[in-house]
Design a protein around this ligand. Sequence first.
Ligand SMILES: [Zn+2]
Length: 169
Amino acid sequence: MRTLVLDQGYQPHRIVSWEKAVTMLYVGKADLVEHYDDEIRSTSMTMFMPAVVRLTRGLKYRKKSIKFSRLNVMMRDGFSCQYCGTEMKMRDLTYDHVLPRARGGKTTWTNIVTACRDCNEQKADRTPKEAGMPLLKKPIKPLWLPTGSFHVDDLRLPETWRNWVSWAA
Ligand SMILES: [Zn+2]
């Protein structure tokens, strides 16, 4: 049995063994959100096996922990072109410097967006304004990645987790 750990914003954070989750509950690091029907019995106590717990404290370090990478930029943008909105497979997407590199544009969260090849080619070395291609949304440095990026595909998903994890069908 495994336990899903949510961060304070109820976003999936990680998966731990139920033993680890019990320890987290015991020392006050986490609150119980959902439990399995199975009971844990010891000489001193009886409790339900934790299915989903939520961290009691914020994860400040997570802000730093999301690496700037091609994959993470595409996850932030939902694998869709930020100019025309088309959703595509990763291999069909490119990334675009909003302010072109030749004009001093940096390779950062706020200047790189996901773009399809057609839009990338059409925009070329121009700003969105010059190209008449407004961005669908302003690129930001995300505090966390969408829950879809949370890998659960290799797990049999317990019923009690379903409200908390979204995954591709
Ligand atoms: Zn496009």
